[in-house]
Design a protein around this ligand. Structure first.
Ligand code: FDA
Length: 309
């Protein structure tokens, strides 16, 4: 119920406008967000890399409502690519289609994403298309499977959400096409007709899909902080003789750093998703929804801040 409420609130524009400009709220968000600027994000990437962890840079933003916002997001993505290349940063990039105008003018959206992917290809930088709510799943997969993946091949990858009932069938098609997948549980509010409602079912789906990915021989991303799932993935890989270099674990900036470093120290590839920018509100609320205990720390920190000031 709390999760549902927080995800519902993540979509409220008025709250977004209010919270984004609130100093204290930005302080809390900084737990999950690597600053407002590309420079602060690249500094976070460098810090991660001191322990051998790589990164995925993500300019925060989604569901834009104007063409200007979409154009700004395209320019933002191009700046990330230029920065990664100029600094030889150990990072690739994620994009969200609704941030680039997926729901706005189709021709302009197509031109924008092509610009990004052409530049990424020139620079040799991998781009991952994040997966959003189920209203966009079919369109996202259609675009990826029919257009982007045939054009950009291994330079681009997609995300599959284990909570969706459809995902096993989607993965079969993607494996037949030799596509690169990031597997995650799924972060949006979905009805039980579309997504498994129980945590146990989501975990079972996740493990089955992860095994299918690992067995495919392609290089995939296993994106979770769930220690039980991670243990099962490691055990499966060992049992089948799949070397640690054949896949990577992926986690989010600021979450379970101990696990990130532990896996890296054990010799696994670890990539951390590093979001940055001022449009952090929906992302931050989804992270709160996954860890309602964090809500307890917010009033505690408010108190501390109050006492400290
Ligand atoms: P779960 O939520 O069960 O958490 C397992 C454990 O991790 C918790 O017990 C806790 O210890 C820790 N933890 C998890 N979240 C925490 C938090 N916010 N604060 C503190 N501790 C926390 N989703 C999506 O729909 N589309 C996408 O494109 C992506 N992309 C993506 C990339 C990467 C690299 C990751 C890691 C995740 C995503 N996600 C995503 C988000 C994903 O779907 C999911 O919502 C989160 O990863 C949380 O699920 P876990 O698998 O970590 O399990």
């Amino acid at each position: 119920m709390l999760r549902q409420t927080l995800i519902y609130l993540s979509k409220q524009q008025r709250l977004n406008d209010f919270v984004r400009t609130n100093w204290l709220a930005s302080r809390f968000a900084s737990r999950f967000v690597a600053g407002d600027t590309l420079d602060t994000a690249v500094a976070a990437v460098r810090a991660l890399n001191t322990t051998g962890i790589t990164a995925t840079l993500d300019l925060l933003g989604e569901s834009v409502r104007t063409q200007e916002e979409a154009r700004a997001a395209v320019e933002g993505a191009l700046s990330i690519l230029a920065k990664i290349a100029a600094e030889k940063a150990p990072a690739n990039m994620s994009i969200k289609l609704t941030q680039l105008g997926f729901d706005l003018d189709a021709a302009e959206f197509a031109a924008g994403i092509r610009r990004i992917l052409d530049r990424a290809k020139q620079l040799g930088i991998f781009v991952r298309v994040d997966m959003e709510g189920s209203a966009h799943t079919q369109r996202t997969l259609d675009l990826f499977e029919k257009d982007l993946h045939p054009a950009y091949g291994d330079g681009i990858g997609i995300v599959i959400q284990a909570y969706l009932r459809r995902s096993a069938a989607d993965i079969e098609r993607l494996m037949a096409a030799k596509a690169k997948v990031r597997l995650c549980k799924g972060a949006y509010l979905e009805p039980p007709t579309v997504a498994f409602p129980a945590k146990r079912e989501i975990a079972a789906s996740y493990v089955a899909l992860a095994q299918r990915l690992l067995a495919s021989g392609q290089y995939h991303g296993i994106a979770t902080h769930d220690p039980a799932i991670i243990a099962q993935v490691k055990a499966y890989a060992k049992e089948k003789g799949i070397a640690p270099a054949r896949f990577e674990f992926q986690m989010l900036y600021g979450i379970r750093r101990d696990l990130q470093q532990g896996l890296r120290a054990e010799g696994y590839n670890v990539r951390v998703y590093v979001p940055f920018g001022t449009h952090w509100y929906p992302y931050f609320m989804r992270r709160l929804a996954e860890s309602p205990s964090t809500l307890f720390f917010i009033p505690m920190s408010v108190l501390k801040e109050g006492i400290g000031r």
